[in-house]
Write a protein that binds this ligand. Sequence first.
Ligand code: ZN
Length: 661
Amino acid sequence: MHKIFSIIFAGLLATTTMSAQNVLVPENKQARPMNQVMDEVAQRFGVKFKYNIDTTGVVINYAPSRIRPYSIEETLNNILAPHDFKAWDQGRNIWKIKPYEYHRRYDADGRKMVDYLNSLYSNKEEWTPRRDALRREVRERLGIDSLLVRCVPLKPILGKARKMDGYTVQNIALELLPGYYVCGSVYAPANSVARKQVAQKGKYPVVICPNGHWTNGRYNGDLQKRYATLARMGAICISYDIFGWGESRLQVGKDAHATSIAHVWQALCGVRLLDYALTRKDVDATRVASNGGSGGGTHAALLAAIDDRFTACCPVVSVCSHFDGGCPCESGMPIQYSQGGTCNIEILATFAPKPVMLVGDEGDWTHTYPEIEIPYLKRIYSFYGADDQLQTVWLPKQRHDFNQDKRQAVYDFFASVWNLPKENLDESRVTIEEEAALQSFGSIDKMPAGAQRNIKALIEQNFDKEMRQTYFELRWAAGLEEKARKWSDSLHLDDAAKTERVRKLIETHLKRVTKWHNDHVGECPAGINPRTGERLREVDRQIICDAAQPKSYHTDLMDGLRKELTEEQVITILDQYTIGKVAFTMKGYKEIVPDMTALEDSVCRAYLCEAREMAIDYKSMKEISEIFAIYKDKCEEYFNKHGRNWHDMYKAYYNKRKKKH
Ligand code: ZN
């Protein structure tokens, strides 16, 4: 036994010695504050930085070794990457420092990606297996199949068709998973020109229109113009709410939108609305398209990639090689990792050789279309000798929108693919309807029996553990939103916009503080309080963790409130955070010190006000009480140092109270 032990011990010793010889341990980490390092970089390269991040307290280890005198890009990457920050060249020697975004890369990365993809295939034979595998894996990674099997049978709830000039609009609500609806509107042709020229045996083409994050969602006037004009030209268009917007918000709340659920849910909406469309007598199953702008464009391409029934696709200002879509509804599920790594333009390419129209502009991430994405797609279409099936419109000097020029590109595309009559292209004949007119229910109470009132059942029954965690986060977010609304309403400002700004300030602050707290629970190690020599209590340790939050959480709120409100109103808000502890404690002091002088009153009040402003940055009432306790000690110390005896005063007060009861 003893021998075996010695051998093991000797072995351990040998390993330790060897590794000690191989590792070079520097005497220090040459650690420097990030602000200082960045100032030096700015000076060295003659540039300015704008920050979207909080650099307070960030330390750069081995700072000098990160500098590359010949390259600002490499220097910034070396400094920022370990902290998940990233630098973006804004031109004119200005760089923006932002948090790392999983969905956004540099233009040059798009170039590299497309070069890499091009190296994988040079003809149809090499491309086809990857294409097929991509379509399969994107669908798998999206997770739509496990939801499709749970969908309830199609029971569309259709509103009354409203007759317009050359088209009709009819609202639709479709239950997808038990108790959860997608709501939208169906725009259908109703004129003789379309009937004669477009309908085949009474059947029209159909366009599924997923939506982006445009103001007012699918109710946006520009979008209504597009749906209705296409309908006047002979194509049935179906618009629908994105997850957590419009009538979906009634069921799942608006925060639900910024989750990965939105990604798969919105694709599910598109697929199921197509299922519904194909049950209609007036829909031609051989002429099916997807069309949308921005996030709607991302989904138009996604639908085309996962569902073989689509025969034409028109994504506007969206799909590209270096941007996956900046919202979890576009990029939340890990579809970009399919086949070892892909990007949206390759996902769209899997639709070739079917007709595609790609619309981009100079003023957003599609500014690389002429150099990167269009040549890439052309190459794929050339594998099929189908160059004429790819149409592109790229608009210089335009920005990210769905303006008339872009809508014109959409009309031209569908006119060319389906022979739609251009004579019916007249947006001035479209009626822009109010949001309420386009809704099936308008409020949760008007939804069918069994309609769910929150996202809980959806997640518990259909999503895995990780998603369930998301739900709990949503629930606390909703709780904080409600709190922020109540507090800002309590000011009774007669300016709705101001109330909203105040609400937003409070909501942001509450969410930041709560998130920081939740992310750092129990991170502070056990230890002793150096003043008392006692072990740190759990609440002390939590306060230490929470106190490390960025200072901007506090200053953003306070500066914002003071800009919007009078000091008295600011205090009202702070009292809400601290449930009126200042007044309550002062009342107690007045009872304990009945002959309190004006000076004593003002000293105590000042201490407690300081406590109040500090306490708002702590999540739990326990922590808030502890912060007040620190300042109460100061008040009591003040009494003691100025001719009073707190202990005696308190004892007298206590005995008096005891007698009373
Ligand atoms: Zn979104």
